[in-house]
Design a protein around this ligand. Structure first.
Ligand code: AKG
Ligand code: FE2
Length: 353
Protein backbone atom coordinates (compact mmCIF):
# COMPACT_ATOMS: atom_id res chain seq x y z
CA UNK A 1 0.00 0.00 0.00
CA UNK A 2 1.47 3.35 -0.98
CA UNK A 3 0.74 6.44 1.03
CA UNK A 4 -0.22 9.69 -0.71
CA UNK A 5 -0.68 13.03 0.97
CA UNK A 6 -3.53 14.30 -1.12
CA UNK A 7 -7.15 13.27 -1.06
CA UNK A 8 -7.36 13.96 -4.77
CA UNK A 9 -5.52 10.75 -5.63
CA UNK A 10 -8.00 8.02 -6.55
CA UNK A 11 -10.81 10.11 -5.07
CA UNK A 12 -14.32 9.46 -6.32
CA UNK A 13 -17.19 11.90 -6.06
CA UNK A 14 -18.72 11.67 -2.64
CA UNK A 15 -22.40 10.92 -2.47
CA UNK A 16 -24.29 14.02 -1.36
CA UNK A 17 -27.64 12.37 -0.88
CA UNK A 18 -28.51 11.79 2.76
CA UNK A 19 -31.39 9.45 3.51
CA UNK A 20 -33.32 9.30 6.76
CA UNK A 21 -31.08 6.36 7.62
CA UNK A 22 -28.08 8.60 7.42
CA UNK A 23 -29.54 11.08 9.90
CA UNK A 24 -30.33 8.28 12.36
CA UNK A 25 -26.93 6.82 11.71
CA UNK A 26 -25.19 10.05 12.66
CA UNK A 27 -27.29 10.35 15.79
CA UNK A 28 -26.40 6.79 16.67
CA UNK A 29 -30.02 5.67 16.84
CA UNK A 30 -32.17 3.29 14.92
CA UNK A 31 -29.44 1.87 12.67
CA UNK A 32 -30.76 0.71 9.28
CA UNK A 33 -31.63 -2.93 8.92
CA UNK A 34 -30.19 -4.86 6.05
CA UNK A 35 -33.64 -5.37 4.52
CA UNK A 36 -34.19 -1.61 4.52
CA UNK A 37 -30.81 -1.01 2.91
CA UNK A 38 -31.67 -3.38 0.12
CA UNK A 39 -34.91 -1.54 -0.59
CA UNK A 40 -33.15 1.81 -0.90
CA UNK A 41 -32.98 2.63 -4.56
CA UNK A 42 -30.57 5.50 -3.86
CA UNK A 43 -26.83 5.16 -3.74
CA UNK A 44 -25.90 3.67 -0.37
CA UNK A 45 -24.15 5.93 2.09
CA UNK A 46 -23.84 3.48 4.95
CA UNK A 47 -22.85 -0.09 5.39
CA UNK A 48 -25.10 -2.65 7.12
CA UNK A 49 -25.28 -2.56 10.88
CA UNK A 50 -25.71 -5.92 12.61
CA UNK A 51 -26.46 -6.20 16.30
CA UNK A 52 -24.74 -9.06 18.14
CA UNK A 53 -25.84 -7.72 21.57
CA UNK A 54 -29.62 -7.64 21.61
CA UNK A 55 -30.08 -11.41 21.96
CA UNK A 56 -27.19 -13.11 23.81
CA UNK A 57 -28.70 -16.52 22.93
CA UNK A 58 -28.15 -15.75 19.26
CA UNK A 59 -24.41 -16.16 19.74
CA UNK A 60 -24.97 -19.85 20.48
CA UNK A 61 -24.17 -21.75 17.26
CA UNK A 62 -27.16 -23.65 15.93
CA UNK A 63 -29.79 -21.55 17.77
CA UNK A 64 -32.59 -19.82 15.85
CA UNK A 65 -31.00 -16.44 16.57
CA UNK A 66 -27.63 -17.73 15.33
CA UNK A 67 -29.13 -18.87 12.05
CA UNK A 68 -30.75 -15.47 11.63
CA UNK A 69 -27.41 -13.71 12.26
CA UNK A 70 -25.71 -16.08 9.79
CA UNK A 71 -28.09 -14.89 7.08
CA UNK A 72 -27.61 -11.22 7.96
CA UNK A 73 -23.82 -11.49 8.04
CA UNK A 74 -23.68 -13.40 4.79
CA UNK A 75 -25.99 -10.94 2.99
CA UNK A 76 -23.91 -7.98 4.23
CA UNK A 77 -20.64 -9.58 3.16
CA UNK A 78 -21.97 -10.57 -0.24
CA UNK A 79 -23.45 -7.14 -0.98
CA UNK A 80 -20.94 -4.82 0.74
CA UNK A 81 -17.92 -6.92 1.74
CA UNK A 82 -18.13 -5.38 5.18
CA UNK A 83 -20.49 -4.41 7.98
CA UNK A 84 -20.56 -2.64 11.29
CA UNK A 85 -21.25 -4.87 14.25
CA UNK A 86 -22.47 -3.93 17.69
CA UNK A 87 -20.62 -6.20 20.06
CA UNK A 88 -20.68 -5.68 23.80
CA UNK A 89 -18.01 -8.27 24.58
CA UNK A 90 -15.60 -5.32 24.76
CA UNK A 91 -16.23 -2.97 27.71
CA UNK A 92 -16.06 0.77 26.92
CA UNK A 93 -13.26 1.11 29.49
CA UNK A 94 -11.12 -1.41 27.60
CA UNK A 95 -11.68 0.40 24.35
CA UNK A 96 -10.71 3.75 25.95
CA UNK A 97 -7.63 2.14 27.49
CA UNK A 98 -6.66 0.75 24.09
CA UNK A 99 -6.79 4.22 22.50
CA UNK A 100 -4.70 5.61 25.35
CA UNK A 101 -2.26 2.69 24.99
CA UNK A 102 -1.89 3.44 21.26
CA UNK A 103 -1.20 7.10 21.97
CA UNK A 104 1.52 6.26 24.50
CA UNK A 105 3.02 3.71 22.13
CA UNK A 106 3.23 6.05 19.14
CA UNK A 107 4.63 8.82 21.36
CA UNK A 108 7.70 6.66 22.05
CA UNK A 109 10.91 7.71 20.27
CA UNK A 110 11.26 6.57 16.67
CA UNK A 111 14.31 4.37 17.51
CA UNK A 112 12.21 2.47 20.05
CA UNK A 113 9.36 1.84 17.61
CA UNK A 114 11.85 0.73 14.96
CA UNK A 115 12.99 -2.05 17.28
CA UNK A 116 9.79 -3.82 16.26
CA UNK A 117 11.46 -4.93 13.03
CA UNK A 118 9.87 -7.53 10.79
CA UNK A 119 11.04 -8.22 7.22
CA UNK A 120 7.48 -8.91 6.13
CA UNK A 121 5.31 -5.98 5.06
CA UNK A 122 2.84 -4.53 7.56
CA UNK A 123 4.05 -6.69 10.43
CA UNK A 124 6.76 -4.60 12.09
CA UNK A 125 7.07 -0.83 12.39
CA UNK A 126 5.86 0.80 9.20
CA UNK A 127 5.70 4.49 8.37
CA UNK A 128 5.58 6.77 5.35
CA UNK A 129 8.72 8.50 6.62
CA UNK A 130 7.27 11.89 7.60
CA UNK A 131 5.42 10.26 9.39
CA UNK A 132 1.83 11.08 8.43
CA UNK A 133 0.83 7.52 9.10
CA UNK A 134 2.52 4.81 11.15
CA UNK A 135 1.70 1.29 12.22
CA UNK A 136 3.09 -1.41 14.47
CA UNK A 137 2.21 -5.09 14.31
CA UNK A 138 2.17 -7.85 16.90
CA UNK A 139 2.16 -11.27 15.24
CA UNK A 140 0.19 -13.96 17.06
CA UNK A 141 -1.54 -11.61 19.49
CA UNK A 142 -3.56 -12.42 21.60
CA UNK A 143 -1.00 -15.02 22.70
CA UNK A 144 0.42 -13.73 26.00
CA UNK A 145 4.00 -14.54 24.97
CA UNK A 146 3.68 -12.45 21.83
CA UNK A 147 2.12 -9.46 23.59
CA UNK A 148 4.62 -9.67 26.47
CA UNK A 149 7.59 -9.80 24.08
CA UNK A 150 6.28 -6.76 22.20
CA UNK A 151 5.71 -4.84 25.45
CA UNK A 152 9.22 -5.67 26.69
CA UNK A 153 10.68 -4.45 23.40
CA UNK A 154 8.89 -1.11 23.69
CA UNK A 155 9.24 -0.71 27.49
CA UNK A 156 12.26 -2.73 28.72
CA UNK A 157 11.49 -1.41 32.23
CA UNK A 158 8.08 -3.12 31.99
CA UNK A 159 4.53 -1.87 31.36
CA UNK A 160 1.99 -4.41 32.68
CA UNK A 161 -0.95 -2.06 32.02
CA UNK A 162 -0.06 -1.82 28.31
CA UNK A 163 0.46 -5.58 28.07
CA UNK A 164 -2.90 -6.35 29.75
CA UNK A 165 -4.74 -3.84 27.57
CA UNK A 166 -3.36 -5.17 24.27
CA UNK A 167 -3.85 -8.76 25.37
CA UNK A 168 -7.50 -8.22 26.37
CA UNK A 169 -8.39 -6.15 23.34
CA UNK A 170 -6.80 -8.49 20.80
CA UNK A 171 -8.43 -11.46 22.55
CA UNK A 172 -11.90 -9.92 22.24
CA UNK A 173 -11.37 -8.95 18.61
CA UNK A 174 -10.05 -12.44 17.81
CA UNK A 175 -13.20 -13.91 19.42
CA UNK A 176 -15.35 -11.66 17.27
CA UNK A 177 -13.42 -12.64 14.13
CA UNK A 178 -14.01 -16.33 14.89
CA UNK A 179 -17.70 -15.74 15.43
CA UNK A 180 -18.09 -13.99 12.09
CA UNK A 181 -16.01 -16.62 10.28
CA UNK A 182 -18.11 -19.41 11.75
CA UNK A 183 -21.33 -17.65 10.80
CA UNK A 184 -20.14 -17.35 7.21
CA UNK A 185 -19.04 -20.99 7.01
CA UNK A 186 -22.34 -22.15 8.58
CA UNK A 187 -24.35 -19.95 6.25
CA UNK A 188 -22.90 -21.80 3.23
CA UNK A 189 -23.41 -25.22 4.80
CA UNK A 190 -19.63 -25.53 5.01
CA UNK A 191 -19.36 -25.51 8.81
CA UNK A 192 -17.36 -28.73 8.83
CA UNK A 193 -14.40 -26.85 7.29
CA UNK A 194 -14.38 -24.13 9.94
CA UNK A 195 -12.04 -25.73 12.53
CA UNK A 196 -9.37 -26.70 10.02
CA UNK A 197 -9.58 -23.27 8.39
CA UNK A 198 -8.94 -21.56 11.73
CA UNK A 199 -6.15 -23.99 12.56
CA UNK A 200 -4.31 -23.31 9.33
CA UNK A 201 -3.94 -19.63 10.05
CA UNK A 202 -2.89 -17.14 12.67
CA UNK A 203 -3.51 -13.57 13.75
CA UNK A 204 -1.82 -10.21 13.37
CA UNK A 205 -2.82 -7.35 15.67
CA UNK A 206 -1.90 -3.94 14.26
CA UNK A 207 -2.16 -0.47 15.70
CA UNK A 208 -2.21 2.56 13.43
CA UNK A 209 -1.89 6.32 13.81
CA UNK A 210 -2.86 8.85 11.14
CA UNK A 211 -2.07 12.55 11.29
CA UNK A 212 -4.64 15.26 10.62
CA UNK A 213 -4.41 17.18 7.32
CA UNK A 214 -1.59 19.73 6.97
CA UNK A 215 -2.45 23.39 7.34
CA UNK A 216 -4.43 24.59 4.34
CA UNK A 217 -5.55 21.10 3.36
CA UNK A 218 -9.18 20.20 3.87
CA UNK A 219 -8.63 16.48 3.73
CA UNK A 220 -5.71 14.17 3.14
CA UNK A 221 -5.39 10.61 1.88
CA UNK A 222 -3.46 8.65 4.46
CA UNK A 223 -4.00 5.10 3.23
CA UNK A 224 -4.75 4.49 -0.43
CA UNK A 225 -7.62 2.35 -1.64
CA UNK A 226 -6.93 -1.36 -1.34
CA UNK A 227 -8.52 -4.68 -0.56
CA UNK A 228 -7.14 -6.68 2.35
CA UNK A 229 -5.40 -9.84 1.20
CA UNK A 230 -6.00 -11.84 4.40
CA UNK A 231 -9.15 -13.67 5.56
CA UNK A 232 -11.12 -11.21 7.73
CA UNK A 233 -10.17 -7.87 9.26
CA UNK A 234 -11.83 -6.47 12.40
CA UNK A 235 -11.21 -2.76 13.00
CA UNK A 236 -11.73 -0.46 15.94
CA UNK A 237 -11.05 3.22 15.11
CA UNK A 238 -11.48 6.23 17.42
CA UNK A 239 -12.73 8.73 14.81
CA UNK A 240 -13.98 8.75 11.23
CA UNK A 241 -11.65 8.56 8.24
CA UNK A 242 -12.31 5.02 7.01
CA UNK A 243 -14.16 4.93 3.70
CA UNK A 244 -15.48 1.85 1.93
CA UNK A 245 -16.24 1.68 -1.77
CA UNK A 246 -19.70 0.39 -2.59
CA UNK A 247 -19.57 -2.72 -4.75
CA UNK A 248 -22.07 -1.80 -7.38
CA UNK A 249 -21.99 1.99 -7.55
CA UNK A 250 -18.32 2.59 -6.79
CA UNK A 251 -19.10 5.47 -4.44
CA UNK A 252 -17.14 6.01 -1.26
CA UNK A 253 -19.13 5.43 1.90
CA UNK A 254 -17.83 7.36 4.93
CA UNK A 255 -17.93 5.43 8.19
CA UNK A 256 -18.53 7.02 11.58
CA UNK A 257 -17.41 4.77 14.45
CA UNK A 258 -19.65 4.31 17.45
CA UNK A 259 -18.75 3.29 20.97
CA UNK A 260 -19.89 -0.32 20.92
CA UNK A 261 -19.20 -1.20 17.34
CA UNK A 262 -16.47 -2.71 15.21
CA UNK A 263 -15.99 -2.75 11.45
CA UNK A 264 -15.62 -6.16 9.80
CA UNK A 265 -14.04 -6.34 6.33
CA UNK A 266 -13.76 -9.41 4.09
CA UNK A 267 -10.31 -10.05 2.61
CA UNK A 268 -9.39 -11.51 -0.80
CA UNK A 269 -8.61 -14.92 0.70
CA UNK A 270 -12.17 -15.38 1.91
CA UNK A 271 -13.56 -14.04 -1.36
CA UNK A 272 -11.61 -16.74 -3.21
CA UNK A 273 -12.62 -19.42 -0.68
CA UNK A 274 -16.30 -18.49 -1.16
CA UNK A 275 -15.98 -18.89 -4.93
CA UNK A 276 -16.54 -15.17 -5.38
CA UNK A 277 -19.80 -14.98 -3.41
CA UNK A 278 -18.28 -12.82 -0.69
CA UNK A 279 -17.05 -9.41 -1.76
CA UNK A 280 -13.70 -8.07 -0.55
CA UNK A 281 -14.42 -4.38 -0.02
CA UNK A 282 -11.98 -1.74 -1.24
CA UNK A 283 -11.34 0.79 1.49
CA UNK A 284 -9.05 3.72 2.29
CA UNK A 285 -8.35 6.25 5.01
CA UNK A 286 -8.94 9.94 4.30
CA UNK A 287 -8.30 12.32 7.17
CA UNK A 288 -10.19 15.55 7.81
CA UNK A 289 -10.91 17.48 10.98
CA UNK A 290 -8.53 18.15 13.82
CA UNK A 291 -8.40 14.86 15.72
CA UNK A 292 -5.53 12.47 15.24
CA UNK A 293 -6.82 9.05 14.26
CA UNK A 294 -5.97 5.81 16.02
CA UNK A 295 -7.20 2.47 14.84
CA UNK A 296 -6.44 -1.08 15.90
CA UNK A 297 -7.07 -4.07 13.69
CA UNK A 298 -7.15 -7.80 14.10
CA UNK A 299 -6.22 -9.52 10.84
CA UNK A 300 -6.77 -13.25 10.44
CA UNK A 301 -4.08 -14.57 8.13
CA UNK A 302 -3.63 -17.97 6.47
CA UNK A 303 -0.35 -19.77 7.02
CA UNK A 304 2.02 -18.86 4.20
CA UNK A 305 1.97 -22.32 2.68
CA UNK A 306 -1.77 -22.77 3.03
CA UNK A 307 -3.55 -23.51 -0.23
CA UNK A 308 -6.64 -21.40 -0.68
CA UNK A 309 -9.23 -23.63 -2.25
CA UNK A 310 -12.97 -23.44 -2.85
CA UNK A 311 -14.77 -26.19 -0.87
CA UNK A 312 -17.02 -28.50 -2.93
CA UNK A 313 -20.12 -27.16 -1.15
CA UNK A 314 -19.63 -23.84 -2.94
CA UNK A 315 -19.42 -25.16 -6.49
CA UNK A 316 -22.46 -26.25 -8.50
CA UNK A 317 -23.96 -25.66 -11.91
CA UNK A 318 -25.17 -22.18 -10.93
CA UNK A 319 -21.80 -21.38 -9.35
CA UNK A 320 -19.02 -22.74 -11.55
CA UNK A 321 -15.54 -22.70 -10.09
CA UNK A 322 -14.09 -19.16 -10.39
CA UNK A 323 -10.68 -19.51 -8.76
CA UNK A 324 -7.92 -22.08 -9.05
CA UNK A 325 -6.17 -23.20 -5.83
CA UNK A 326 -3.25 -20.97 -4.86
CA UNK A 327 -0.76 -20.52 -2.04
CA UNK A 328 -1.50 -17.52 0.14
CA UNK A 329 2.07 -16.17 0.13
CA UNK A 330 2.36 -16.46 -3.65
CA UNK A 331 -0.74 -14.33 -4.03
CA UNK A 332 0.52 -11.74 -1.53
CA UNK A 333 3.81 -11.50 -3.45
CA UNK A 334 1.91 -10.92 -6.68
CA UNK A 335 -0.44 -8.38 -5.07
CA UNK A 336 2.54 -6.38 -3.79
CA UNK A 337 4.40 -6.52 -7.13
CA UNK A 338 4.09 -3.69 -9.63
CA UNK A 339 1.53 -5.59 -11.70
CA UNK A 340 -0.52 -6.40 -8.63
CA UNK A 341 -0.38 -2.84 -7.26
CA UNK A 342 -1.50 -1.36 -10.56
CA UNK A 343 -4.78 -3.19 -10.77
CA UNK A 344 -8.03 -3.33 -8.83
CA UNK A 345 -8.44 -6.99 -9.80
CA UNK A 346 -5.29 -8.60 -8.45
CA UNK A 347 -7.17 -11.68 -7.20
CA UNK A 348 -8.98 -12.29 -10.50
CA UNK A 349 -5.77 -11.77 -12.50
CA UNK A 350 -3.73 -14.03 -10.25
CA UNK A 351 -6.14 -16.86 -9.51
CA UNK A 352 -9.21 -16.36 -11.70
CA UNK A 353 -10.24 -19.13 -14.09
O1 AKG B 1 -6.95 2.42 9.82
C1 AKG B 1 -7.91 1.75 9.49
O2 AKG B 1 -8.97 1.83 10.14
C2 AKG B 1 -7.83 0.84 8.29
C3 AKG B 1 -6.52 0.16 8.12
C4 AKG B 1 -6.46 -0.76 6.94
O3 AKG B 1 -7.31 -0.75 6.10
C5 AKG B 1 -5.36 -1.73 6.79
O4 AKG B 1 -4.40 -1.66 7.56
O5 AKG B 1 -5.44 -2.60 5.90
FE1 FE2 C 1 -7.21 -2.54 4.89
Amino acid sequence: MKIFDSATQHASPVCLYRSRHWVDWQLGINPPLLSELKMDSEIPNHIPFIDFCSDPGALEPGSKGWNHLCREVRAACERYGCFEVAYDGVPVQLRDDMFEAMKRLFDLPLETKQKNYNPKSYRGYQSDGVPLSESLGVEDAPSLDAVQAFTDLMWPEGNPWFCDTVKSMSEKMWELEHMVRKMLFDSYGAGKHYESHVESGSSLFRVMRYKTPEQGEESAMRLVAHTDKNVITVLCPNVEGLQVQSKEEGDWIHLTPRTHSFIVIIGDTLKAWSNGRLHSARHRVVMSGVKERFSCGLFSIPNEEMTIEVPPELVDKDHPLLFKPFKYMDYVSFAHSENGMNTENALEIYAGL
